[in-house]
Design a protein around this ligand. Sequence first.
Ligand code: FNR
Length: 382
Amino acid sequence: RRLRRYLTLDDFEPQARRLLPKFLYGYISGGAETDAARTDNRRAFEEYGFVPRVLKDVSGRDQTTTLFGKTYASPFGIPPMGSSALCAYRGDIVLARAAAAANVPMILSASSLITLEDVRAANPLAWYQAYLAGLDERIEPLVDRVAAAGYDTFVVTADVPVPPNRENNIRNGFQVPLAITPRVFWDTVTHPDWLLNTWARTVFNHGMPHFENMDAKQGPPVLSKNLMRNIGSRDQLAWKHVELIRKRWSGKLVVKGLISPEDARLAREHGCDGVMVSNHGGRQLDYTVSGLRTLPEIAAQKGNMTVMVDGGIRRGTDVIKALALGADFVWVGRPFLYAAVVAGEAGVARAIALLHDEIDRDLALLGIRSLKEITPDLVRKY
Ligand code: FNR
């Protein structure tokens, strides 16, 4: 009932900001350095408007989408977001369950704090996203673990060879590993809702959270000084490792975090089933252009690959613009995590329903009944 006042995805952010310690709100919302990449994610969508058609019977609208052989309720899903369970109690499970209930896909992050086996149990359609060291002997056992857990889709995030430069995290005292500095301590005690309902409840019920899913075995606790050891060697990751995974992994394989059409071509040549055109929500290399800007070029040469995009998608109109410019599917990150912070599974369900309803209304107003009818001539650059 109290969720009725949330009318669109952006409505969840202010309340999440109030509830979360500053360092966690900053971690979710922030981009890298000057925030130019994140800013471009919104600007790119704002550069397009619609040319709707009228007087067409638009009854019986349908936004179901088939993705890797499965039919989903909508053309959007929840992308991987690390440390979700630090932001909302059991955050990855919350996102996984809400996605399953609404029949939209959800991707578990490598930097999550709940085992991939538990998340798979909560959502039998969840995908797994990997952050990989460029070392065969580290990759192989992880691929085997993900396969043994029953996952069908393996996503390799390609845009994190080194940790990004997010100065807001440093300013707020949020570092990896997490350290309880006086600033962080004050930040948490002044946000008692988070301290009790997320942190204390997690530690009481499940113990100190660990990074569970970076490797074949449990990783270090969030407060551990050993974490950087896990992150080392990521800068050696290269296409030859994608090849290695392709040989070992019989499910669908997706590369996430490329922008260049040349890289999309390489993904196709290395046998990937899909790509996620993404600048990581503007969180990695600053001034990386929005995925929307290279999407049409990538879509034009996709062959049999599925082309997906994310970054700054907040409205049904954004979803439709991305599909009109060549995407087969889109992903929406931050708003669903804010919704989990605000109201757990019910919050995420509300957010998914809002976006679904916006798309349905927009289809009618555009004069079309299904996603197949979304064509480039429905949009114009301003
Ligand atoms: C992310 N993202 C991300 N991507 C990834 O491949 N692995 C990860 O662990 C994470 N972690 C993560 C944490 C948080 C808090 C955010 C906000 C984002 C990037 C994410 O998958 C996606 O690409 C962007 O969030 C999409 O942009 P929007 O929708 O948030 O603007």
